[in-house]
Design a binder for this molecule. Structure first.
Ligand SMILES: [Fe+2]
Length: 377
């Protein structure tokens, strides 16, 4: 049983999908924001239930889709404890295991590329030894991750690779976080003997090489690191404050809660609450909004009645404005409504807004935070 390897050409990032062949429960490693639909399609195509979306570190070169994947599939998010990803449901420490069906991966803390970086070890069910290691940016094929920013340390990276990865059996398959030359996998044995940065090199030589690389700053670093520390929810999600919809792909655009409220008051557009019945009851509802749950309990499965409900909401031809909890499901709902031939906007931040640094919602953005009318169920 091998992982399914997926590639994002823009950032040369590999994403890995692991699953239990019997229960069809799955775990995804380092999913990329721009590839969300590809990953959802892969899950659907393989008939998988996503249990976990996990990160090897807080990336500087791409943004994770973890939060959106979790919201759309019901998966839980996990990230290394040392990476300050406050929004991750589970903070991973060395030796932790994450189970999906009869399968599990084990966390190996491998500081160096960043202080929190981890690798994941996978021994497929029924096999005698751990056969796969997902190395993120710690060990690359014939290379390794850089150590010159984000709490990186060449000394630590050398120790992590030589003391934690190289002692694995030589036949262990190495699945890297990136490759820029079209290579897909390697083995511990091959890297130990031929990796030019490590084979036959002392710790001092390695540190000298790493210190002398003089690499340019990653293009997306200032955007990507903060976003990844929030599981991929962007800091700029409160944009479009002018009342003009921000352009968006696959739907009419993004609008703030204030704009949505104004358009609703003016009778220009119809507010559609796509949260579940239970969420509206527990958290509160917006008077005057139509309802069309995108997903529904039990199990947060897609609601088969969604299409009919949005068509009803759009019966007089006015555009729709989709509102969910935090502005993630509403994007999926707006895209679906657009595919049905309706005009649909996404309301940024949803009802409760994005979580703040303490993972608390309702303090940053969203409908309630903006002081717009709502009532407790
Ligand atoms: Fe990285």
């Amino acid at each position: 049983m091998n992982p399914t390897q997926l590639f994002d050409p823009a950032s040369s990032t590999y994403t890995y999908l692991l699953f239990d062949e019997q229960t069809r429960e799955a775990l995804i490693i380092d999913p990329v924001d721009e590839q969300l639909q590809r990953d959802l399609d892969a899950l659907a195509h393989l008939g998988l239930t996503l249990k976990w979306t996990v990160e090897t570190h807080a990336h500087a070169d791409h943004i994770t889709s973890a939060a959106r994947l979790a919201e759309l599939t019901g998966a839980r998010t996990a990230a290394p404890a040392g990476c300050d990803v406050g929004t991750a449901a589970v903070q991973l420490r060395d030796g932790d295991t994450l189970a999906f069906g009869r399968e599990a991966v084990r966390v190996l803390h491998t500081p160096g590329h960043t202080a929190g970086s981890v690798c994941f070890l996978w021994r497929p069910a029924g096999e005698a030894a751990e056969r796969h290691v997902f190395t993120g940016d710690t060990l690359l094929i014939q290379g390794c991750g850089r150590t010159d920013f984000q709490s990186g340390s060449a000394e630590q990276l050398y120790d992590s690779i030589t003391r934690k990865l190289f002692p694995l059996p030589d036949t262990t398959l190495v699945w890297p976080g990136h490759d820029y030359h079209g290579r897909t996998q390697s083995t511990i044995g091959a890297e130990k003997t031929t990796n030019p940065r490590l084979a036959g090199r002392t710790r001092e030589q390695f540190v000298q090489t790493m210190d002398g690389l003089g690499l340019p700053r990653p293009r997306r670093m200032d955007e990507a690191v903060p976003a990844n520390q929030r599981s991929g929810l962007r800091q700029d999600a409160g944009g479009a404050a002018s009342g003009e919809p921000a352009p968006a792909e696959g739907y009419a655009g993004d609008i703030t809660p204030r704009t949505a409220h104004d358009w609703m008051q003016a009778g220009q557009a119809v507010l559609v609450d796509v949260r579940t019945d239970a969420e509206r009851e527990w958290v509160g509802f917006v008077p005057g909004a139509e309802t069309a749950a995108w997903k529904q309990w039990p199990g947060m499965a897609l609601n088969p009645g969604f299409d009919a409900a949005v068509q009803t909401a759009a019966r007089d031809g006015r555009p729709l404005m989709m509102l969910c909890r935090s502005g993630v499901r509403s994007i999926a709902a707006a895209r679906r409504a657009t595919a049905l031939g309706l005009a649909a906007y996404n309301v940024l931040g949803g009802f409760e807004g994005d979580p703040d640094e303490q993972a608390q919602r309702g303090r940053k953005n969203g409908w309630r935070h903006a002081g717009l009318p709502w009532r407790q169920g």
